[in-house]
Design a binder for this molecule. Structure first.
Ligand code: SF4
Ligand SMILES: [Zn+2]
Ligand SMILES: [Zn+2]
Length: 308
């Protein structure tokens, strides 16, 4: 006979190694939602209401984040959820995820906006990458900069107070460790959730950052959510994959290590900010008017090369 749920004795569907609990489907759902709701409340002071954007790719984490935030805000008249989906223009990959995102918005009755690189920047990503070599030929660098620019501008157009992503604990622990290993403290202090950001930038929150990738997957599966499981053909997974393996091996040996990486970061975040935060105000990009460190923002630098 399989294991029984530690809370009710029904057959369990999962064993949470770091807490030593076996959980049935119902209690796993409780466990997961309690964690996400608690983390959301820690990151967001709903106060007199907030309008929250959710960046939805159609993958499991973003679909789960959208559902959780919808669940928290659906009874509140003073707050709202708004979905933002970016169509970068990646053939054979993005169309299916767009369909899933659109259907989920409709099913939940959530207002949304789907914006494409092609409409906004004149070319889909596939085409941009063929036209010119930018960012050392790294597709994710081009895509990441343009997508962040577009997300921020759509969030502002829709007067959103903050933008939620579906980053989970695995993603977060990998990013923290990667920044440590590169000694990139400036990036480290800019990681979301943001309590304050420079003028012109919409703060980001990560309500799933205390649930593991496996838990997010299991939640999507047991809640019968339709999610996009394919990986982007440009995904530069080599380096991140290495960190995933290393943390996975540490976790096998010492359950709970992903949490420890995150909580160590939390303990040093404020002193790091004091030392490394630069108080400079961001200027305005001469081309698009969005916040920029230099004369032009990174997105306009890339577009200038692409458009020749
Ligand atoms: S994997 Fe890279 S290219 Fe693909 S969607 Fe993500 S950032 Fe863009
Ligand atoms: Zn149970
Ligand atoms: Zn610009």
């Amino acid at each position: 006979m399989g294991k029984r749920c530690s809370r009710c004795g029904e057959p369990s569907i999962t064993y949470i190694r770091y807490s030593g609990e076996s959980l049935c489907s119902e209690h796993f759902k409780d466990f997961f939602e309690t964690k996400v709701f608690k983390e959301f409340r820690k990151q967001v002071d709903l106060g007199k209401g907030k309008d929250i954007g959710v960046a939805v790719s159609g993958g499991k984490d973003s679909i789960v984040a959208l559902n959780m935030i919808h669940e928290i805000l659906k009874e509140r008249r003073d707050s709202s959820v708004f979905g933002i989906t970016i169509d970068e223009g990646i053939d054979g990959y993005r169309p299916k995820s767009l369909k899933i995102a659109r259907e989920e918005y409709k099913r939940l009755g959530i207002e949304y906006s789907i914006v494409s690189f092609e409409e906004e920047f004149g070319h889909p990503l596939d085409e941009m990458l063929k036209l010119k070599e930018v960012c050392g030929g790294k597709p994710c660098s081009v895509c990441g900069v343009l997508r962040r620019w577009l997300m921020n501008s759509v969030a502002k157009e829709n007067h959103l107070d903050m933008l939620a992503t579906g980053l989970n604990l695995d993603d977060t622990a990998q990013t923290i460790l990667m920044n440590f290993c590169r000694s990139d403290m400036k990036k480290m202090i800019r990681l979301a959730p943001h309590d304050k950001v420079k003028e012109g930038l919409v703060p980001r929150i990560n309500p799933l950052r205390k649930v593991t990738e496996k838990e997010s997957y299991l939640y999507a599966l047991t809640s019968h959510m339709e999610v996009h499981e394919q990986e982007c053909p440009y995904a530069d997974t080599a380096l991140r994959g290495l960190y995933r393996d290393v943390i996975g091996r540490l976790e096998d040996n010492t359950p709970g290590v992903k949490y420890s990486i995150l909580s160590s970061y939390e303990k040093i975040k404020d002193p790091l900010k004091e030392k490394y935060e630069d108080g400079r105000k961001l200027g305005r990009c001469a081309e698009c008017g969005e916040p920029a460190m230099n004369e032009r923002c990174k997105a306009c630098e890339i577009l200038k090369v692409i458009k020749g």
